[in-house]
Design a protein around this ligand. Structure first.
Ligand code: SIN
Ligand code: MN
Length: 290
């Protein structure tokens, strides 16, 4: 898939690109079918909603689940990111967010690069977020919301919120959000939320301000969130465990376009369990050759 000059201009202006129905329902089903078993595992990589059993987010499935390992190497996902960043990529983070019917909690307003910078010492914003819908996303099941153009502000002030949900996040205060929304057009386009069928994909800039509300609907909103980072921009600190912020900077090699529907060998290094090293943390900066 080659991006058009208009798509490059749109990404630069708005900070995101939306590809409705990019993966077929047959392809998407190979992923959706694997989710309940992954979510049932009592492992550190399944973070549950505060006070509930529902999974908020599952980390690193591409290292132990075959369909997700293939998605992580899918050319329809990797190639446009590579075009936009102009460099080989590695997988910085891989999540399957549950946003389960009735139980899915909010994601407060934030920028992902804020966390990558503050926690992981990622040198620059040369990394991309990708969202792939595994369920249809509608007005009611907690769609992702963006403030278009907010990536142009670079990294904005944020505070580490350890209490609102079960997952710590660097969040942006309400006054700044109100200002950013007003500048983006207020009630006329200051907040947008791409919605569409399962199989849709969004690419969004690491500095794009985003959030999502809770899911009070009877419909799950499972989505995969992948963060792909330019190899030269790899993280410099291992404060977060490796199952959350990966430390393997090997460039992603893509599989053929039909990989979700056919058998292709993929490496599953954590198939028989996560190594203890994946839970280890360190606040030392990496002393790597430049
Ligand atoms: C995220 O920002 O990482 C997740 C947002 C969502 O699942 O709605
Ligand atoms: Mn985010």
């Amino acid at each position: 898939m080659k991006l058009t000059p208009e798509q490059f201009a749109q990404f630069d202006r708005d900070g995101y690109l939306f590809f409705p129905g990019l993966f077929s329902s047959e392809e998407t089903k190979t992923l959706t079918a694997a989710v309940p078993e992954l979510y049932s595992r009592r492992e550190a990589y399944n973070v549950r909603e505060k006070g509930k059993d529902a999974v908020r987010t599952n980390f690193a499935a591409h290292l132990y689940s075959e369909p997700f390992a293939k998605l992580a190497r899918h050319p329809r996902m990797v190639e446009p990111v590579q075009e936009l960043l102009g460099e080989a990529l590695y997988m910085h983070q891989f999540k399957i967010n549950g946003k389960q019917a009735f139980d899915g909690d909010v994601w407060q307003w934030h920028q992902d690069y804020g966390t990558w910078k503050n926690d992981d010492r990622m040198p620059t914003e040369r990394a991309m977020n990708v969202a792939i819908f595994l369920d249809d996303v509608n007005d009611y099941n907690g769609p992702l919301m963006f403030i278009p153009g907010s990536h142009k502000r670079g990294v904005v002030d944020a505070r580490h919120d350890l209490t609102t949900t079960s997952y710590p996040l660097w969040t942006i205060d309400n006054a700044l959000i109100a200002q950013l929304v007003e500048r983006a057009g207020g009630k006329n386009g200051g907040i947008v939320s791409p919605k569409g069928p399962a199989g849709s994909m969004i690419l969004f800039h690491g500095c794009l301000v985003h959030a999502s509300g809770s899911n009070l609907s009877p419909w799950d909103r499972v989505s995969v969130y992948l963060s792909l980072c330019a190899v030269s921009n790899h993280i410099r600190r291992f404060k977060r465990p490796a199952y959350i912020a990966h430390r393997d900077f090997t460039p992603i090699e893509t599989l053929p376009d039909d990989c979700l529907l056919k058998d292709y060998p993929v490496d599953l290094p954590w198939k028989n369990g996560m190594p203890a090293s994946a839970l280890a943390t360190s606040t030392d900066e990496l002393k790597l050759a430049a």
